[in-house]
Design a protein around this ligand. Structure first.
Ligand SMILES: [Fe+2]
Ligand SMILES: [Fe+2]
Length: 267
């Protein structure tokens, strides 16, 4: 139950191309009402045809009612976005990219007089990226953010569930939630850890589900058979919206509940 001492945060998984954007456009208002969400955070690293995010899509997402945009390894694929990463406070790339790259990895949102910090981190296991340690750097971020907001949610963009669970346990009690993104497959392991941090290995995607993580299967199958990284195309079908809604006790920043969201748009 929502009450005056709690907030509800809707976090949605990676938006995949036009099907994902269409799904958000048609359904986000309904979802916000259904889940009584005070904040909406969406990972949009695949919104531009599966590869990156375009500046006009940033505006569209905010106009749909998204409060903050998180991302991951694909955020670098549209160079025209780079100035926006510096300019838009609520557009995040993982915080632990090397110093000097465009953008920033956290922001502060406010609703009902409550501040919520959003932190975006990226994993290093099986990710082929040269990021700083998400454990060490993330902890520094959290210490800084704690002075600004009691409630903190983390989008941990990572492949490996061992790394994801380890990070959640390392941050348990220090943040309200650690949710995984990047695999595009929603997992069924949502839980609240011993010290009050909500966790799920992956919240899934906002995209078409009858292909291979949102794409037409042909190229994905050819990749397996040939080891050639053929370019994949987003599957043109209705999208499913995957995510979680987390209720947080604003008196201490601990999670009260975490519930999976799977919403079929049926466009
Ligand atoms: Fe993704
Ligand atoms: Fe990713």
């Amino acid at each position: 139950m929502l009450d005056s001492s709690s907030i509800r945060v809707l976090m949605l998984g990676d938006v995949i191309g036009h099907p994902g954007m269409r799904a958000l456009f048609s359904s986000l208002k309904i979802l916000k009402k259904e889940y009584k969400s005070d904040f909406v955070i969406v990972n949009a690293e695949n919104a531009a045809d599966g590869y990156g995010l375009l500046p006009h899509q940033v505006d569209e997402l905010f106009n749909y009612g998204v409060d903050a945009i998180t991302s991951g390894n694909h955020i670098w694929q549209k160079e025209e976005l780079y100035p926006f990463l510096d300019r838009e406070d609520k557009l995040l790339r993982p915080s632990n990219y090397p110093k000097g790259v465009p953008g920033h990895g956290d922001c502060i949102l406010e609703s009902k007089g409550v501040k919520l910090a959003v932190l975006n981190l990226q994993g290093r296991v099986r990710m082929s990226v040269n990021c700083e340690c998400p454990f060490v750097n993330g902890l520094k971020d959290i210490k800084r953010l704690k002075s600004l907001a009691k409630c903190i949610v983390v989008d941990f963009h990572a492949e490996d569930v061992t790394e994801k669970e380890a990070l959640a346990c390392y941050f348990d009690g220090k943040v309200s939630a650690v949710v995984g993104t990047h695999t595009h497959i929603q997992t069924a392991d949502e839980k609240i850890l011993a010290n009050g941090t909500a966790y799920i290995s992956d919240i899934g995607m906002t995209g078409p589900i009858n292909g291979v993580i949102g794409s037409e299967p042909e190229a994905a199958i050819k990749r397996v058979f040939t080891s050639i990284p053929y370019k994949t195309q987003v599957l043109d079908e209705d999208a499913v919206i995957n995510g979680v809604v987390i209720e947080i006790d604003t008196s201490n920043g601990h999670a009260l509940s975490i519930e999976r969201v799977t919403y079929k748009t049926g466009l």
